[in-house]
Design a protein around this ligand. Structure first.
Ligand code: PEP
Length: 254
């Protein structure tokens, strides 16, 4: 079975103390993860080392960075390379979140370079994709998401692409309280899988986890995660509340 993943995206939230407390509260709750289930916490850069040591002895729990820069090193004040993330023992990173695309003008070309940097450093990237409301209203979301994938992902080999997780996050559903219906989520996830299948073959496409993101809450996670092509979720707001995120972890496909 494909990996089923509950990924918390803390964004730019929580003090160091609050972050420690939140992790402690979740990790001290007994949650039995099946071998195919994983929990990721994408934490702010300064918390990576602390968070990684918190999950070190926890089977199935991992830490992720929320971004990385595509260059190896040099005069890029304020940036963090994939190699730096790897060097503190972190193995996952979110790439191309819609907030980065919008506020920091990240293009599909930049994201292709970021994926290369991740692969060179054995980091597993969670590549986000997803359309804005206007695109959904025009009904062109399938072509739009396909193009995002073609431009950022399709230069990778069949071996490389298996080190990528995809997160479909319709922008109109992020932080808005509006979740995609199960029909909308399944339809897009199936489309993404068929796009991957056309490029890399059915077998490889069948192994890639595709997460849904956009206002997942404790009370809607289960029905979304039950969609056959949805392999868990990337969760913003609800991942900041221990009891909610615990419910979301428990909603992963068994
Ligand atoms: C996100 O930021 O990736 C996200 C899905 O946020 P929220 O769950 O708050 O909509």
């Amino acid at each position: 079975m494909r990996k089923q993943i509950a990924a918390a995206n803390w964004k730019m939230n929580l003090s160091y103390q609050q972050a420690e407390n939140l992790l402690d509260e979740i990790l001290n709750t007994e949650i039995i993860l099946a071998p195919h289930q994983q929990v990721l916490f994408a934490v702010p850069f300064p918390y990576l080392i602390m968070a990684n040591s918190e999950v070190a002895d926890e089977e199935g729990y991992f830490i992720a960075a929320q971004n990385c820069y595509e260059k190896k090193s040099g005069a890029f004040t304020g940036e963090i390379s994939a190699e730096m993330i790897k060097s503190v023992g972190v193995n996952y990173v979110i790439i191309g979140h819609s907030e980065r695309r919008e506020y920091f003008k990240e293009t599909t070309k930049t994201l292709a370079a970021k994926l290369d940097a991740c692969l060179e450093n054995n980091l597993i990237a969670i590549l986000c994709c997803g359309e804005a409301l206007a695109i959904r209203e025009r009904g062109t979301q399938n072509n739009f998401v396909q193009q995002q994938l073609e431009e950022s992902l399709f230069h990778l080999s069949a071996t490389e692409v298996q080190h990528i997780i995809i997160a479909y996050e319709p922008i109109w559903a992020i932080g808005t309280g509006k979740t995609a219906s199960t029909g909308q989520a399944q339809e897009m996830h199936q489309h993404i899988r068929s796009v991957l299948s056309n490029k890399y073959g059915r077998e490889i496409a069948g192994k890639i986890s595709i997460l849904y993101g956009g206002s997942i809450k404790a009370d809607n996670a289960k029905e979304i995660f039950l969609c056959p092509d949805v392999d868990g979720g990337l969760v913003g707001g609800a991942s900041l509340i221990a009891t909610d995120f615990i419910q979301i972890i428990k909603a992963l496909k068994a």
